[in-house]
Design a protein around this ligand. Sequence first.
Ligand code: FAD
Length: 524
Amino acid sequence: MTTNLGLSIITLITLFISLTPTLTKSEEGIDVFLPITLNLTVLTDPFSISAASHDFGNITDESPGAVLCPSSPTEVARLLGFANGGFSYNGVSSIPEPTFKVAARGQGHSLRGQASAPGGIVVNMTCLAMAAKPAAVVISADGTYADVAAGTMWVDVLKAAVERGVSPVTWTDYLYLSVGGTLSNAGIGGQTFRHGPQISNVHELDVITGKGDLMTCSPKLNPELFYGVLGGLGQFGIITRARIALGHAPTRVKWSRILYSDFSAFKRDQERLISMTNDLGVDFLEGQLMMSNGIVDTSFFPLSDQTRVASLVNDHRIIYVLEVAKYYDSTTLPIINLVMDMLSKTLGFAPGFMFIQDVPYFDFLNRVRNEEEKLRSLGLWEVPHPWLNIFVPKSRILDFHDGVISGLLLNQTATAGVTLFYPTNRNKWNNLMSTMSPDEDVFYVIGLLQSAGGSQNWQELENLNDKIIQFCENSGIKIKEYLMHYTRKEDWIKHFGPKWYDFLRRKIMFDPKRLLSPGQDIFN
Ligand code: FAD
């Protein structure tokens, strides 16, 4: 364990840093600030350190020196003020200038140590959510927004909102992620084509910058900070509160999986459906691949149809699954029938292979939880996850499909995990935000969500990822990676392209000592 804290050695289970404030006169008559009271309890016990060293990716192991479990945002501000060497005055400092880095950690569902702070301090954002007053989620009187402590998981935002008949409008597939964590990336899913990513549905944020300043920001107030932090990979500040836009919460959902053996028909229908953003369109659209060299999960389909679905996959080697959902309640019941009718009559799927479930809204949004429980019970959740998430411009999706899906994936002896494949609209993505997407109106979200274990180790899967990236590079397909982890500065510069200088400028403005989220490896 590295302890690079610029403090005395941390060996106790908890360290109580109590440095008393004194303003004294030095011999030269200069005012010298001795350290003000920090009164921060940081945890250094093996359990806390180990929990903060690992993430969902299960590939990296980066021990922090300590973990802070804050009970208020001002504690985080004090920590960052201290990390900045906030106790020096007139060039005179009573203690060595601190050099430790700080990372906010939401749920630690990163893949490559992005929420780690090797040798530094990890801030456990769940503590702030638990300490939030009057509650972690506060719905406005008119139900148009929620003020949420950023360490809150989206599932808890959903629970609080639906109680009032309202709901955030756009979601990730999995809800046990923190609000601050997804807002630091983008937060994408099947509603993004209609409402944009989660970062496009935020009105206001409270952020503690890398300098330790607590600032409120919005498109009008401190916009540089607001746009920088959204998709900002934790580089400019720690989000402590987010004001999230809400809409009406439906009660039920018609959730459909529709099978295609023909890629062009699948692509055509997906693209047509995301262009329909009126009441007659679907509310959610994604897509997945079922491949005969992978595990063919037929559990969504009625028991009586599972064998013929599996045979369809075997016969064609690959089946494209269009996944759509339409929300409804008693007032919109007539529309749902029209929409489901339109889908069954106008889409070019394999005849007889459209399946519909009718489920409560909450269960639909929380659907991945069941998968998690299944995988956990099989010991397949806490395994290495060398996931590759990329955005592919629509104009090159055929080349991508032929080269990567037919060329590389189908020729593997085995594939492990889910492959997501769906288009989304870019019109609700704000280019001022830090997140990068391809420069086309429509792009595809491709998620190769592979799990190591069994016959394949994660390095082999990582090699496959490298081949995919190389194929795109060689073919001139201008992909953007999502949830990426680069270790070379030139890769980050390439990733941000024309936005790199804004990213750098904001770093200098808000975190000049480069203290925040070192696990992203951008400014180390
Ligand atoms: P962490 O891993 O804790 O942190 C991620 C980064 O954000 C780190 O750099 C951290 O320092 C920083 N950070 C965390 N909290 C804050 C804060 N309050 N202020 C500033 N910086 C902060 N993503 C999607 O977009 N769509 C999906 O459908 C989706 N599904 C997923 C399903 C699973 C099973 C998993 C494991 C991940 C999925 N993700 C998805 C990815 C997910 O959005 C990111 O991994 C996200 O970072 C997870 O949130 P977290 O709270 O675990 O973040």
